[in-house]
Unconditional design. Structure first.
Length: 292
């Protein structure tokens, strides 16, 4: 199940409130555009800035629209393992296919503490867990030997990896590797990744899917040439705190608000101008992209 392109879907906002109608429309659109699955309540979804009521409303909207079409996993977060478990049990009431689970933020446990953290969460559910190694946000890395140990737990089945220096070693473990750093997507695929959880899938899921298909088919050079032609766009999508640029680019056609929740500020006018150019670049690329 954990392969292909997974979308960590944004949470549309309008006038300070979650725009459920826009969220339902986006979920329907991406479920129809060939993404493998959707991640609700992710970093890109500004989950840390949502109230408990908003989190439930967001998850309900996504799971109801996606039901029977694509699987949905829910992101967890925080600092206290016990709170992770409580949140998991509350979210499990919805039709989720699993959970994306990071290390606890800010407390920086050692590797034995991390193994305990993930073990406690795994024992609290029968659903699959995707480890989330994102040290620039949590302050601690899940080291290779810890991942190897955790992979022996039946329902720990994949890892979303953001540190490119560990891609190669992770690709050799008996666990599905999903890329979590958009600019390093090709590098991760070459290390054995089965896909990615990529915010840029809001903008170019088709091109990301084509790169993966070319790598799988053995056309590494063609994959590299294609990826090089839109890697600059991926870099631009993270030129402001995520998901500011993603929301700004999605709003260019006027159907979605670019609003973010403070302290995440909306994209600057200068960045929006660059994003308008980037959209044209992607349109031109799609016209000439090689078929996998």
């Amino acid at each position: 199940m954990f392969e292909g392109i997974w979308l960590p879907i944004i949470t549309p906002l309008r006038d300070g409130e979650v725009d459920i109608e826009a969220l339902e429309r986006l979920t329907d659109e991406y479920a129809s555009r060939g993404v493998t699955g959707i991640v609700a309540l992710s970093t890109t979804g500004e989950a840390a800035l949502l109230s408990d009521v908003e989190r439930v409303s967001v998850l309900q909207a996504i799971t109801e629209v996606a039901a029977g079409r694509v699987p949905v996993i829910a992101g967890l977060g925080g600092s206290d393992t016990r709170a992770f478990v409580q949140d998991l049990r509350a979210l499990e009431k919805w039709n989720v296919a699993g959970f994306l689970v990071p290390a606890p933020s800010y407390v920086c446990p050692d590797q034995a503490g991390l193994a305990w953290h993930f073990g406690q969460i795994a024992r609290a559910t029968s659903k699959p867990l995707v480890l989330y190694d994102v040290p620039h946000r949590t302050g601690v890395s899940i080291e290779i030997e810890t991942v190897r140990e955790l992979a022996e737990i039946d329902n720990i089945v994949a890892i979303k990896a953001c540190a490119s220096e560990r891609f190669k070693a992770l690709g050799q473990l008996p666990i599905s590797l999903l890329c979590g750093t958009d600019e390093a997507y090709l590098e991760c695929l070459e290390a054995g990744a089965t896909g990615g959880i990529l915010a840029s899938a809001h903008i170019c899921p088709d091109l990301l899917r084509d790169v993966r298909s070319l790598v799988k088919a053995g056309y590494g050079e063609a994959a590299s040439r294609l990826f090089a032609r839109f890697k600059g766009v991926l870099r631009l999508l993270f030129a402001a705190p995520n998901p500011s640029a993603i929301k700004a680019m999605l709003s260019l056609d006027g159907t979605l608000s670019p609003e973010t929740r403070m302290p995440i500020r909306p994209a600057s006018p200068a960045l929006v101008t660059q994003l308008e150019f980037a959209r044209a670049v992607l349109d031109d690329l799609r016209a000439v992209a090689p078929s996998p």
